[in-house]
Design a protein around this ligand. Structure first.
Ligand code: HEC
Length: 107
C-alpha cells in the first residue's frame, strides 16, 4: 500500500514535469497556432483561404524572408497592412514567441 502510494506520487510528478516541459516549448507555438496560423498558414506559406483573401505573402517571398526577427516582432506588435496590431491583445512574450515561430519558417 505504502509502496503503491509512493509509485503513484512519482508517476504524478513525472506527468506534471512532462506537462511543464511541453508548456516551456512554447507559448510561441501555442500563440502562433491560435492567433496567426489562420492568416499565415501552419508553416507560414499563406496557403489558407484567409491568407488568399488578404493577400498575405508566404515566408518564401523575398520581402518577408529578408526580415529580421526584430522587424517581425515590430510588425506583430503594430500590425502591417490588413493585419491587426497585437500589442493590445497579446503579451510581450506571446508576441516575441509567435514572431519567432513565424521567423523560423524562413528557410
Ligand atoms: C487577420 C489575418 C492575420 C492574422 C491573424 C495575422 N496576420 Fe500577420 N499579416 C497579415 C497580413 C494581411 C500581412 C501583410 C501582408 C503581407 O505582406 O504578407 C501580415 C504581415 C505579417 C508580417 C510581416 C511580414 C509579411 O508577411 O508581410 C509578420 C511578421 C506577421 N504578419 C506576423 C504575424 C504573427 C506573428 C501573427 C500572430 C500573432 C499574425 N501575423 C497574425 C495577416 C494576418
Amino acid at each position: 500500500m505504502t509502496k503503491y502510494a509512493r509509485t503513484s506520487t512519482v508517476l504524478a510528478a513525472v506527468v506534471l514535469l512532462a506537462g511543464a516541459t511541453c508548456f516551456a516549448q512554447g507559448p510561441g507555438e501555442a500563440t502562433y497556432k491560435a492567433k496567426c496560423q489562420n492568416c499565415h498558414g501552419a508553416a507560414g506559406l499563406a496557403e489558407t483561404g484567409m491568407a488568399k483573401a488578404l493577400k498575405v505573402k508566404p515566408v518564401t517571398d523575398p520581402a518577408v524572408s529578408k526580415m529580421t526577427l526584430a522587424e517581425m516582432i515590430e510588425a506583430t506588435k503594430n500590425g502591417v497592412g490588413k493585419m491587426p496590431a497585437f500589442k493590445a491583445s497579446l503579451s510581450e512574450a506571446e508576441i516575441k514567441g509567435s514572431a519567432e515561430v513565424f521567423h523560423s519558417f524562413i528557410k
